[in-house]
Ligand binder design. Structure first.
Ligand SMILES: *Cc1c(COP(=O)(O)O)cnc(C)c1O
Length: 389
């Protein structure tokens, strides 16, 4: 009892002096909201994922809202998506007054089942909003084939998927290029790189990019950065209803440093995911995550499905007692009280979504996690599943 065992968190951002100095640089510059650091972060982000345009916003939820507006989602429209996601995915559809039409997931990848999409399309369908859940790319090829044949735009909720890759026309490409129409990223601390809060929208469509820039700043015709440097008096106007969805320069300065760390972060996460795969391979009945041959996850989360007969809460409690944080499987929006009131519909059952929520748990995985810590998590999970260590 003498030795204090360190608790292992579920996730932890990897930040240091470089981020602190970057924040200081922004603060001391005298320009702290959206300005030169945001512009530089956008360029560097676009170059990293291979997109023509990247527009920084306050978070991924606001990014998704603007993406849906850009493709013309209006009140009464339907948007096909999954319930099995963080609730923000469905919420953004409701912000537009549109109705989320939930389709079920594939149990192996926890991503939208493309075979169920066609049946969910109606006259009112305005867009398909897919999620790369936990950083694992969804079957974009199948989805985009369906979408193209129906002339529907595809938006990617890539909140968790910075650095993930997909095999596209024979080449490995980063998620967010985007392979479809618009992709939205998050820089919340639970994601792979963080700016406190923050989001990014990528597209190859210059009109949409222009729209995003107007909407994120109150619909203002002349940005404050331009007025600030002007030699003549300029008055701005507000030709449309806009929002305040800006990212600050303090956040962007931090984001630029995080982007530099990303390759190292990805290498470490992939190494730790392989180690989990090896360490847990012999646990009877435990289902480890499946990575399709055409996908490379960034392993934003490492999710396992418990063996039959193992109680989710009991297993999580055994791990917690051993100082190891876990989370249950991804939530289902349609089961939350908010969606007793909000409009939604579904085609077929959502049984795979519900079972994934009830039967899966997310294990700790973060850059600074040591092999010894990971071994503790592996042993504790084996014990919890009643496997002799
Ligand atoms: C985290 C997350 C969001 C929300 O991102 P924020 O930046 O916190 O708004 C949306 N969708 C998914 C799938 C997420 O994991």
């Amino acid at each position: 009892m003498s030795e204090k065992i360190q608790n292992i968190p579920i996730a932890k951002p990897w930040m240091g002096e470089a981020e602190a100095e970057a924040a200081t640089r922004a603060i001391m510059s005298g320009w702290i909201t959206q300005g030169p650091e945001v512009a530089a972060f956008e360029q560097e982000f676009a170059a990293y994922v291979g997109a023509k345009y990247a527009c920084a916003v306050s978070n991924c939820t606001t990014a998704l809202h603007l993406a849906l507006l850009a493709v013309g989602v209006q009140p009464g429209d339907e948007v096909i998506t999954v319930s099995h996601s963080y609730i923000a995915t469905a919420n953004t559809i409701r912000y537009c007054g549109a109705i989320p039409v939930f389709v079920d997931i594939e149990p192996q990848t926890y991503n939208i089942n493309p075979l169920l999409v066609e049946a969910a399309i109606s006259d009112k369908t305005r867009a398909i909003l897919v999620v790369h859940q936990m950083g694992m790319p969804c079957d974009l090829k199948a989805i985009s084939d369906i979408a193209r044949s129906r002339n529907l735009p595809v938006i990617e909720d890539a909140a968790c998927a910075i650095g993930s890759e997909i095999l596209w026309n024979g080449e490995w490409e980063k998620i967010g290029q985007p392979q479809t129409d618009i992709a939205c990223f998050s820089f919340h601390p639970r994601k792979v790189i963080a700016t406190g809060d923050g989001g990014m929208i990528t597209t190859n469509n210059p009109e949409w990019d222009k729209q995003f820039r107007l909407w994120r700043q109150h619909g203002m015709s002349v940005p404050d950065t331009v007025r600030h440097g002007a030699k003549q008096v300029i008055f701005e106007s507000y030709p449309m209803l806009g929002y305040n969805y800006r990212m600050t320069d303090i956040q962007a300065a931090v984001g630029r440093e995080q982007l530099k760390r990303l390759p190292e972060i990805l290498e470490r996460r992939r190494y730790l995911a392989r180690r989990y795969q090896e360490g847990l391979a012999d646990v009877p009945g435990l289902k480890l995550p499946t990575q399709p041959a055409w996908a490379k996850s960034n392993w934003q989360s490492y999710c396992v499905r418990l063996p039959e007969g193992c109680d989710q809460v009991e297993v999580m409690q055994v791990l917690l007692d051993a100082g190891i944080s876990t989370r249950r499987g991804i939530m289902c929006a349609h089961r939350e009280p908010a969606y007793q009131r909000e409009a939604w519909s579904c085609v077929g059952s959502l049984v795979e979504s519900e079972q994934a929520q009830e039967r899966a748990i997310i294990l700790p995985l973060f850059h600074q996690m040591t092999e010894a810590e990971q071994d503790r998590a592996i042993e504790a999970l084996k014990t919890a599943c009643q496997i002799p260590a």
